[in-house]
Design a protein around this ligand. Structure first.
Ligand code: HEM
Length: 545
């Protein structure tokens, strides 16, 4: 539809225009010439060499030779599905706000008559495209909302905190967590020296490490997984007023995990366990659902917390700010073509619509550059937004032109402004008419490269997480630490994890971990690292678990 009216089927209608099903059709070349034989190359003589002139051979082979595109630098392995999002009528936002329009003007979140089409991609983070589903890892939960006001991408994870505080550290984190650069191992697991070396030197990682060692890192099914926007974002209303927001997806089926022994068996039996699970239930008509919830709080409330809401290693406890359900997402259709839809979908946290805005979280700020940039690597062209799965359903007009694989045929002479010769020159839209306006936050300060003091507390929320676990869950975390750290060759890394991180999280936890990995248990909270000479810093084979 091109008149601003968008419903659940809009994206399907748009995609239908490019869908192809050549079943039963005559074979042709890419240029439409009918082909009589696609099994034998053109030869000089009965048993002679292949002839350069064979345009069909060259076309078929060239297409094949260029079939692959770079996999995503992170979140390479995933699956996706189509569906819709629909806001609830009159959601309960607590005492402070009467209705949702008070906090945001984004129609996708407020208009309960509207089913906005969505495409959601779930992923693991570390493993390559061909790795296994059931590894210990964070999971991506990225949703593209094709709204009438343009695309909004909520690019989240299944855990609410993150590893680091500043986007500047992301290349280091990913280098540490990806297979080691000399031998390319391990494929897709946290169990290696470089990751734990990095972690043991970065106390800010403590909170996220507790989540990663927990069952959260072993989701039983994508449809049984929560999602989180992680960062604090902003919502903005019609009057230009803003509140902070955290986004939460809650699965209708509840949040469930596998246990470690199941995951290791599944690696062997079905490396597609999570991907196939999602595909199969949708094909069978059990459409998974998630509720979208928001935690909303204003600047004054934010100031009162004993952590900084701009620090992505922190969550806003639900005891402080409850999660308010505002709508639901249903995934009801599997893709027809994995490459065209799942592989080519390209998310970007910078895709926002009026009423949704960013905070100054330094991790989020860096992501706003990184995703746009990485798509150039994946697609080789700034025109990745023209690929069918990425195209908005909302109309678009501008003077952006040309580039590799340009699809649109822009008419007229003027692709610049101001101009006096093209009367259909795209015009700007005032804010009142829906033109995007960045929230006019007042900023002043010195230009400095720093880490705010308010980002300093690395252990309180990690401890909160540990203390919120039941004993069996605690034992799972300890077992996971034994397994993961037991694979670390260098003893000093194991020691730093126990003394510099875990002993600051919880003394009892640190002792339990130490006991299983050949580290002398700390005697009391706050104990310093044992100072002893080690003849060989690496462990002998016998000491590895
Ligand atoms: C994917 C960068 C933090 C969630 C990616 C990709 C890059 C990237 C380059 C590959 C995108 C592609 O090729 O299409 C970064 C940087 C971060 C960061 C620089 C921090 C500075 C986060 C955080 C989250 C997250 C905090 C969760 C809130 C995701 C997801 C995907 C992804 C879900 C996969 C999207 C898909 O399914 O295609 N990230 N990321 N990332 N990232 Fe991040």
């Amino acid at each position: 539809s091109h008149d601003g009216e968008i419903d659940e089927t809009s994206k399907h209608d748009q995609l239908d225009e490019v869908r192809e099903n050549p079943e039963g059709e005559e074979l042709t070349s890419d240029h439409g010439v009918k082909i009589s034989d696609t099994d034998n190359s053109l030869k000089a003589g009965e048993r002679g060499p292949t002839i350069m002139e064979d345009f069909h051979f060259r076309e078929k082979m060239t297409q094949f030779d260029h079939e692959s595109i770079p996999e995503r630098v992170v979140h390479a392995r995933g699956t996706g599905a189509h569906g819709y999002f629909q806001p609830y009528e009159d959601p309960d936002l607590g005492d402070e706000y009467d209705d949702i329009e008070e906090v945001t003007k984004a129609k996708v979140l407020t208009d309960s008559d509207q089913k906005t089409p969505v495409f959601t991609r779930f992923s693991t983070v570390v493993g390559s495209r061909g790795s296994s589903d059931t590894v210990r890892d964070v999971r991506g939960f990225a949703t593209k909302f094709y709204t009438e006001e343009g695309n909004w991408d909520l690019v989240g994870n299944n855990m609410p905190p993150f590893f680091i505080q500043d986007a500047m550290e992301f290349p280091d984190l990913v280098h540490a967590i990806k297979p080691e650069p000399d031998d390319g191992m391990p494929q897709a697991s946290a169990a290696h020296d470089t990751f734990w070396d990095f972690a043991s030197l970065k106390p800010e990682i403590s909170h996220m490490i507790m989540w990663v060692l927990s069952g959260r890192a072993l989701p039983r099914a994508y449809r049984m997984m929560q999602g989180f926007g992680v960062h604090t974002f902003r919502l903005v209303n019609d009057d230009g007023e803003s509140v902070f927001v955290k986004f939460h997806w809650t699965p209708e089926l509840g949040t469930h995990q596998l246990v470690w022994d199941e995951t290791t068996k599944l690696w062997g039996k079905s490396s597609d366990f999570n991907r196939k699970g999602l595909y199969d239930v949708i094909e069978e008509g059990y459409d998974p659902e998630w509720e979208l919830g928001i935690q909303i709080f204003d600047e004054e409330q934010a100031e009162e917390f004993d952590f900084d809401v701009l620090d992505p290693t922190k969550i806003v406890p639900e005891t402080e700010v409850p999660v308010r359900p505002i709508g639901k997402m249903v995934l009801n259709e599997t893709p027809d073509n994995f490459f065209a839809e799942v592989e080519q979908v390209a998310f970007h946290p910078g895709n926002v619509v009026p009423g949704i805005d960013f905070s100054n979280d330094p991790l989020l700020q860096g992501r706003l550059f990184s995703y746009q940039d990485t798509q150039l690597n994946r697609f080789g062209s700034a025109n990745w937004d023209e690929i069918p799965i990425n195209r908005p359903v909302a109309e678009r007009h501008n003077n952006q032109r040309a580039g590799f694989m340009r699809q649109e045929i822009n008419e007229g002479k003027a692709s610049y402004k101001p101009n006096s010769i093209g009367d259909d020159d795209p015009q700007e839209v005032p804010e009142e008419e829906g033109g995007y306006e960045h929230y006019a936050e007042k900023i002043s300060g010195k230009k400095i490269r720093n880490r705010s003091d308010s980002f300093e507390d690395h252990f309180t929320q990690a401890r909160l997480f540990w203390n919120s676990m039941s004993e069996p869950e605690k034992q799972n975390i300890v077992d996971a630490a034994h397994f993961e750290l037991g694979k670390v060759d260098r003893m000093e890394i194991r020691e730093r994890m126990v003394y510099d991180l875990f002993n600051n999280v919880d003394h009892g936890f640190a002792k339990r971990v130490a006991e299983g990995i050949g580290v002398e248990p700390p005697e009391s909270p706050g104990d310093e690292l044992p100072d002893h000479d080690r003849e060989d810093p690496s462990l002998s084979m016998e000491n590895r678990t």
